[in-house]
Design a binder for this molecule. Structure first.
Ligand code: ZN
Length: 83
C-alpha cells in the first residue's frame, strides 16, 4: 500500500497514513481530528504525474505550493468527501 504524507491545516500537524489507493479520502488529523487534512505531494511524485504541462505553466514567480493547489483543484475528490 502507498504511504502518503498529510498536513492538518488546523494545528499544522504532519503525519503519514497508509492508503489503499490515491483516491481514498484524507484521514482525520491524529491530534485534533480535523477532517481537513491535505495530502502533501512530494516533488518527485509531482514531476512524474505532471508530465510537463504544469511545470511549463509555472515559471513566473509561482511557488510549488501554488502548483500543488492546482493539482488539488484538478482532483476535487481528495480530502473533500463530506458525505
Ligand atoms: Zn489537526
Amino acid at each position: 500500500m502507498p504511504l502518503f504524507d498529510y498536513q492538518c491545516p488546523e494545528c499544522l500537524t504532519t503525519f503519514d497514513e497508509l492508503q489503499r489507493s490515491f483516491d481514498d479520502p484524507a484521514p482525520a488529523c491524529p491530534k485534533c481530528e480535523s477532517q481537513e487534512s491535505r495530502r502533501l505531494v512530494s516533488r518527485t511524485a509531482f514531476i512524474l504525474k505532471g508530465s510537463g504541462w504544469a511545470l511549463d505553466g509555472y515559471g513566473g514567480g509561482k511557488s510549488m505550493d501554488d502548483a500543488l493547489d492546482m493539482i488539488d483543484k484538478i482532483k476535487p475528490k481528495i480530502g473533500r468527501d463530506r458525505s
